[in-house]
Design a protein around this ligand. Structure first.
Ligand code: GLU
Length: 447
């Protein structure tokens, strides 16, 4: 059978078996469309049905999460963990707490995670989990009770050699603390390596908090170097104002770039003299407020309720908020305004139409599974420190992160060239990640 028609058939089968899960379909399509030349070069992957097997999660867990709110009312949420692939190591990937969460979101994230984790070169498989619980507006006590109920059910599926969650949207240091505390109590073991993103005061790695944002900026810097350009002096916009966005802005500023805009789900802040990061950190990390309050404190800044951050002219754009936040219209605006590089700090933030426009225009485009791999790489470094009961310095850990991101960039770049698509990091990342997972699966036989 021709490879292209084989791939079409696999995709149709995925759509049939996973009805209504549009984000999962989108993520699968983007990866398997890259794989035609791989099947041509390695016919054994088709013979052993590696793509078909990779598209089916190894295990999916869905559970009830009952808890009691501050008014004494019983609340019920739904919990998920999709253990996608363990060919390269224990399942690894974050937990997302957001009202938009359903099985299709967790599956797309788990699928992406499998390839992302493979590209890092670290010994980790792929998974994702979470809940439709919305931490926004909830008290600390409510978040704690929710986390305790969530982990009471999920703990039986976790373990430092089995499945190692971390944070994602809506799951930060506070939630990781509650989850780990309850896990430790249930199993009666101080199993540090069961979860990452812990506070450095009790087993976490320095740089983990900064890692996704920093890593994304290192990746852009590498893409620009290939083009004999530098991030120094570039004007940038970053979407979001959560953990990824904040530390992307921090690293951009350290490297001499000017960040003129960021956002949250309500609106956009445009500060032409440069975003004052200490104010964003205080508003978002300490006071848990909305980004609109930044404009009240900074007279030169403008707040645009319901606006699009992609309308603000820039040379470098980093989507660091959520899936499908950058569509074709936004891509056209960015290109018309002279944008030369886009790197995804979030997971799948650009729609397929937007990615096509970036490729057609020949600008540098770094897909999430390569550009945001710094977070999970540093989680793997945290597991390494936990396993050896060690704690590394900030400088040493950041150095490791920097090396990993440079290697990720080089692998994607070289793989794209090897398969006849120089400069296409989407194809490079998909093929490099796929081959690592596929080789391990072949070695294990039919499992
Ligand atoms: N949620 C993050 C990601 O999308 C981090 C996962 C982890 O550290 O395990 O890669």
């Amino acid at each position: 059978m021709q490879n292209d028609s084989r791939i079409n058939q696999i995709f149709e089968q995925v759509v049939r078996r996973n009805p209504g899960e549009t984000e999962f379909h989108q993520a699968v399509k983007e990866v398997i469309e890259s794989l035609g030349p791989v099947l041509h070069k390695h016919p054994q992957y088709a013979e052993h049905k590696i793509i078909e097997r990779i598209c089916e999660p190894e295990r999916q867990i869905i559970f009830r999460v009952p808890w009691v709110d501050d008014r004494g009312e019983v609340q019920i949420n739904r919990g998920f963990r999709v253990q996608f692939n363990s060919a390269l190591g224990p399942y690894k990937g974050g937990l997302r707490f957001h009202p938009s969460v359903y099985l299709g979101i967790i599956k797309f994230l788990g699928f992406e995670q499998t390839f992302k984790n493979a590209i890092t070169g670290m010994p980790i498989g792929g998974a994702k989990g979470g809940s439709d619980f919305d931490p926004k507006g909830r008290s600390d006590a409510e978040v704690m009770r929710f986390c305790q109920s969530f982990i009471l059910e999920l703990h039986r599926h976790l373990g430092e050699y089995t499945d190692v969650p971390a944070g994602d949207i809506g799951v930060g240091a506070r939630e990781i603390g509650y989850l780990f505390g309850q896990y430790k109590r249930i199993v009666n073991r101080y199993e540090s390596g069961v979860i990452t993103g812990k506070s450095p005061q009790w087993g976490g790695a320095l740089v983990r908090r900064e890692a996704t944002g920093y890593g994304c900026v290192y990746f852009v810097d590498e893409m620009l170097k290939v083009r004999d350009q530098s991030i120094d002096g570039m004007s940038c916009v970053v979407s979001g104002s959560g953990n990824v966005a904040i530390y992307a802005i921090e690293k951009l500023q350290q490297l001499g770039a000017q960040v003129v805009a960021c956002s949250d789900s309500n609106g956009v802040i445009h500060d032409p003299h440069g975003i004052r990061l200490d104010a964003v950190k205080r508003l978002k990390e300490v006071e848990r407020r909305r980004i609109r309050d930044y404009a009240a404190e900074h007279r030169d800044a403008r707040y645009i309720e319901g606006g699009s951050v992609w309308d603000i002219p820039c040379q470098v754009a980093l989507p660091c908020a959520t899936q499908n936040e950058l569509d074709e219209r936004a891509a056209r605006t960015l290109l018309a305004n002279g944008c030369i590089a886009v790197a995804e700090g979030a997971n799948m933030p650009s729609t397929p139409g937007a990615v096509k426009l970036f490729h057609d225009a020949g600008i540098a485009f770094g897909p999430g599974k390569a550009a945001n791999a710094g977070g999970v790489s540093t989680s793997a470094l945290e597991m390494q420190q936990n396993a050896s009961r060690d704690a590394w310095t900030f400088e040493f850990t950041e150095q490791r992160l920097n090396e990993i991101m440079r290697n990720v960039h080089r692998d994607c770049y070289e793989t794209a060239a090897e398969y006849g698509n120089s400069g296409n990091y989407v194809i490079g990342a998909n093929i490099a990640g796929f081959i690592r997972v596929a080789e391990a699966m072949l070695a294990f036989g039919v499992i």
